[in-house]
Design a protein around this ligand. Structure first.
Ligand SMILES: C[S@@+](CC[C@H](N)C(=O)[O-])C[C@H]1O[C@@H](n2cnc3c(N)ncnc32)[C@H](O)[C@@H]1O
Length: 208
């Protein structure tokens, strides 16, 4: 996979099948901090669903704010392997590396210092239905709606909504109208999130 250095110095990759980078060129690390952790004003000790875990930057940014239980949804072992060779400025990235190392040794769950990370490997549209807990926060980051519209449907948002606690919040980098309409159809209230590296805001969706 082609490695890319983004504008804040953090590493991302180019995914050939999707024809896209895993993060904005404006800053992969900054994107995780601004669009997910700061956007949702997350409170430590809660349950996060990181839907489309990738390099684990959003989860690392969350863990830098304190311990969480994170269900990590991903369907590509190749990107998970890249994590083992990355140096990252997230102070919690050692948790991500240890978790992924353990995952490749056959352990789906990692627990240390109040941090609990659970790998939910496979198509998130199916695996979400099997998760035994409800989320306080959802980080939603598939490749773009233009490339993979099937991951941005009202049906998938409905299934996620059903797995969230009352008043739980979802953040996504997309501001596409059809994404926002599908979120509304699933029952969410939709708001503008922060702006980073493009002129339009990201999206925050709150369960009623
Ligand atoms: C834009 S990247 C996410 C980047 C990630 N949030 C991070 O901080 O590194 C999208 C990710 O979704 C994963 N993905 C694609 N289709 C999926 C599916 N059906 N279920 C779960 N993960 C999927 C890809 O393998 C990729 O790692």
């Amino acid at each position: 996979m082609d490695k890319i250095v983004t504008e804040d110095g953090s590493i991302t990759f180019y995914n050939e099948a999707a024809g896209e980078n895993y993060h904005t060129k404006a800053g992969a690390r900054q994107e995780a901090i601004e669009k997910y952790v700061k956007a949702l004003e997350i409170i430590p000790g809660k349950v996060i669903f990181d839907v489309c875990f990738g390099l684990g930057y959003s989860t690392a940014a969350a863990l830098d704010a304190g311990p969480f239980t994170v269900y990590c949804f991903e369907n590509d072992a190749k990107i998970l392997k890249e994590i083992l060779d990355i140096d990252s400025e997230f102070k919690s990235f050692h948790h991500i590396k240890a978790f992924i190392k353990g995952y490749f040794e056959g352990n789906n769950v990692y627990e240390k210092d109040g941090v609990k990370l659970i790998m939910v490997f496979g198509d998130a549209r199916k695996t979400i239905l099997t998760v035994p807990e409800q989320a306080d926060y959802v980080f939603f980051a598939p490749f773009s709606p233009a490339k993979v519209p099937e991951l941005w449907t009202a049906q998938f948002f409905k299934d996620i909504y059903a797995k969230m606690k009352p008043s739980a919040k979802l953040a996504t980098y997309s501001y596409a109208k059809f994404v926002r309409n599908n979120l509304k159809e699933a029952g969410f209230q939709v708001f503008n999130g922060p702006i980073l590296g493009r002129r339009s805001p990201s999206t925050i969706a709150i369960k009623n």
